[in-house]
Design a protein around this ligand. Structure first.
Ligand SMILES: [Zn+2]
Length: 322
């Protein structure tokens, strides 16, 4: 009996040692993961919301988005078009919505007054449109202790000829703006249009919402892969969303997917500290494109972001893809 008891003791000691070693390995792995945590920035375009709607739904969308951002302690940058607000019969409510973004610790940036495409207006008109938006935004931001510092091109169109691009780049720099190019998340507006068109049809709403969450995963899969191809490593993702009902209803799931992929959500200022973004925007094109796609083209690497969209989404959105 004695040898058997000794054997059992020895075995249990061995298990304890193995258990301690395993805990050590897991602890070390967690520390390593923490050191190399992926970074991602949330940016939200066309504030206070994309489509003019009732005052109540404007506040509902605003409150839902802000509730999710607050719950997950996220500091986003929202890009504003003042012209859309002033054209709306609900301009007072829309101004209140903007105040709410600032009161909830979110930063606001300039997205032009009229949401012009730089492809379609002169350089001077575009500059005036930026300054007109600034006239409204600057005092609002100052009231909340912020400085207006970020600019995003509507439709991500940064100038279809080199002179135009150079003049606007120079103008933005002179006026103290940092351009907020994106690295991921281009097609949320298309899923949102499909979601809006199936409003009230429960099954279809759910189908679009589920497809949207899958799209977020595919988009990040693709852009992580693209970053490795183009840059040779992963980079902080600057993800673009829009202020719409789809995101208002499902943003919590979007954030959960981002966290599940090992991303820490950081500020735009923090992400732009990665020296890779100092390389700027290398190509002149009329096409709407993110930063990674521009660099892929510049380096001769084929990248097609359209592959990420579910084929039934453009149909439900009544949108003909080019
Ligand atoms: Zn926009």
């Amino acid at each position: 009996m004695k040898p058997l008891k000794t054997l059992i003791m020895k075995k249990s000691n061995l298990f304890v040692l193995l258990f301690i070693a395993l805990i050590g390995i897991i602890f070390q792995a967690c520390q390593e993961q923490e050191k190399h945590k992926r970074q991602l920035v949330i940016t939200i375009d066309d504030l206070p919301l994309v489509f003019p709607t009732t005052a109540d739904s404007a506040m509902l969308i605003t409150n839902k988005l802000l509730a999710t951002l607050t719950k997950y302690d996220i500091e986003s940058v929202g890009f504003v078009n003042e012209g859309k607000i002033l054209k709306s019969p609900h301009s007072d409510t829309l101004h209140q919505a903007l105040e709410l973004w600032l009161e909830n610790g979110q930063e606001l940036g300039n997205h032009t007054y009229s949401h012009y495409s730089l492809n379609e207006v002169s350089t001077d008109s575009f500059k005036n449109d930026i300054l007109l938006n600034e006239k409204y935004l600057q005092p609002l931001l100052e009231k909340h202790g912020q400085t207006l510092r970020y600019f995003r091109h509507p439709y991500l169109q940064t100038g279809g000829d080199s002179l135009k691009k150079e003049r606007i780049d120079q103008f933005l720099e002179t006026n103290g703006y940092t351009q907020a190019l994106i690295t991921s998340g281009y097609y949320d507006w298309l899923y949102a249009a499909a979601y809006r068109n199936v409003h009230g049809k429960r099954e279809l709403e759910e189908k679009v919402a589920n497809a949207y969450i899958d799209y977020i995963n595919r988009d990040l899969d693709f852009n992580e892969y693209a970053a490795n191809l183009v840059v040779g490593r992963e980079i902080p993702m600057i993800m673009m969303f829009h202020a719409n009902t789809l995101n208002a209803d499902h943003f919590e799931k979007v954030i959960q997917v981002i966290h599940q992929r090992g991303y820490e959500i950081v500020t735009l200022e923090e992400a732009l500290q990665d020296t890779i973004f100092q390389l700027g925007n290398p190509i002149v094109t009329t096409q709407p494109m993110g930063w990674l796609q521009r660099w892929a083209i510049h380096k001769g690497i084929p990248v097609d972001t359209l592959l990420q969209v579910d084929p039934f989404i453009p149909e439900l959105a009544n949108f003909k893809m080019y």
